[in-house]
Design a protein around this ligand. Structure first.
Ligand code: TRP
Length: 455
């Protein structure tokens, strides 16, 4: 594995892990999830769960990979053989989730590509602003073929990168431009926070109103923590298997969680003032980012050019995530079927996923009348996948981390410098892994199920 030998410096690992965590999850999904769950109280719950459940599991996944040196499918198989229990099913579940998530993610990446091309085309229009203000999410949503085409273009680019074995180079390159993206976000943030609606937004976000939380919000927060930190997919296990021996897993885990959470908070601070000021845009819809940001940029001086670079960066960040997901599926396939060439495995995985994109891409037309408890197809699928299946895969990770490593192994990997504080932290981490994470996951699932049946 050429990848294993090339983790030369630590910084590049951080960039890759942070690159896989930061993506559409932060800028597209987080804002509307916060809107849907009523603002401040949910934000608080989310941050709390990111640093308890998320961080704990992130360290555990890195540890599984670091210790076993293999991907999740093989790691789960070993535990299954050793304990004679069907634990490998959790490994399969993770790979399945990665494939379906990538299909769904590609459609949203297609939306990003759509806006990117609109900004590009508007540069050649006599009146870019009036051109841009005609682009609405509704027209795109009703054009399934266009959505499918855009998603396919995006996915094919990801497939070619993985097939050609450029994944690492491209991921590294994209990760190195992430700081530029961060700067763009901050510039936009300053603009957006100077709008009149800011005081209302700050009240909405930082003055928690706990009456707006429902019990099921716990499940929504857990699901998003998993999605945004790429947990439950097996990605972090694969990453962990690439590490050098002396890597400090808790420190890496903490930094990745911190940066990811920070970006999510910046994202809501960026989107909400614009959404609040541009009449009553629903905050609760997956189209939130795409409805709000382009219209705002179209009105600003130099906004067209800025928007072009912004959507380009957003697409690159999303491409990075797509490559990561496809690599996860491919790596597992290669381990499962070593007789297949790696490039062939990537084509097979890619085309299988491309077939799956038909479902989310055509949801706006074919499944137009689909409604479960007032939610459309895309939202229902998103909830089922991310708030339902993903936490179950996370539970599998807990089991695998507890069974594939002995207490001594875990302690050795966690406590690097043998100081009393790290022993202390280890005890807390182990408690969180054994009790807090499973209990919170089960409560989240239980409350959502209860809400679903008693609707
Ligand atoms: N965390 C990514 C985001 O927030 C999405 C994602 C989920 C991902 N699983 C992944 C990215 C696996 C790379 C690998 O957008």
């Amino acid at each position: 594995m050429s990848r294993k030998s090339s983790w030369r410096n630590r910084l590049s690992f951080y960039l890759l892990a942070i690159g896989s965590a930061c993506g559409l999850g932060n800028l597209w999904r987080f804002p509307y999830i916060v809107g849907e769950n009523g603002g401040g109280a949910f934000l608080l719950l989310y941050v709390f769960l990111a640093f308890t459940v998320g961080l704990t599991l992130l360290i555990a996944e890195l540890m599984i990979g670091h210790f076993t040196g293999v991907s999740i499918l093989k790691a789960s198989k070993r535990v299954a053989l050793q304990y004679k229990r069907p634990i490998h099913l959790f490994g399969w579940l993770s790979v399945f989730i990665s494939a379906v998530t990538l299909a769904y993610y590609s459609v949203i990446c297609g939306w990003v590509l759509h806006y990117l091309t609109q900004f590009l085309l508007s540069l050649f229009q006599a009146q870019p602003i009036s051109y841009l203000s005609q682009t609405s999410m509704m027209t795109l949503y009703q054009n399934s073929w266009l959505q499918f085409l855009l998603a396919s273009v995006h996915l094919l680019i990801s497939i070619v990168i993985v097939v050609k074995g450029f994944a690492e180079g491209v991921e590294r390159w994209i990760a190195s431009i992430l700081p530029l993206f961060g700067i763009l976000v901050i510039i936009l943030l300053v603009k957006s926070l100077s709008l009149d609606s800011t005081p209302d937004v700050l009240r909405f976000l930082f003055y928690p109103d706990f009456s707006k939380l429902t019990w099921a919000s716990i499940g929504h927060a857990v699901g998003h923590v998993f999605f945004t930190l790429s947990l439950g997919f097996g990605t972090m296990v694969t990453f962990g298997s690439y590490f050098k021996k002396d890597e400090k897993l808790p420190v890496i885990g903490f930094r990745v969680t911190f940066v990811d959470t920070l970006i999510s908070i910046l994202a809501v601070l960026l989107i909400f003032p614009i959404a609040f000021s541009s009449s009553k845009k629903p905050l609760t819809d997956p189209s939130l980012l795409f409805e709000v940001l382009p219209q705002f940029l179209a009105r600003e001086k130099g906004g067209v050019f800025f928007g072009l670079i912004f959507f380009l960066c957003l697409w690159l960040a999303a491409l990075n995530a797509s490559i990561g997901l496809l690599e996860t599926v491919t790596a597992n396939l290669v381990e499962k079927k070593p007789e297949l060439k790696r490039s062939l495995s990537a084509w097979i995985a890619g085309f299988f996923i491309l077939g799956l994109t038909v479902i989310p891409a055509f949801s706006g037309t074919l499944f137009k009348s689909f409604k479960v408890h007032g939610q459309g197809f895309i939202e229902t699928m998103d909830s089922f996948l991310i708030n339902g299946l993903l936490p179950i895969a996370g539970l599998g990770m807990v089991i695998i981390a507890l069974l594939s490593l002995t207490e001594a192994d875990r302690k050795k990997l966690f406590v690097q410098d043998a100081s009393p504080t790290s022993y202390n932290m280890y005890t807390h981490w182990r408690f969180a892994l054994k009790w807090v994470v499973p209990i919170v996951i089960l409560l989240g699932l239980g409350f959502q199920l209860f809400e679903f049946v008693s609707y």
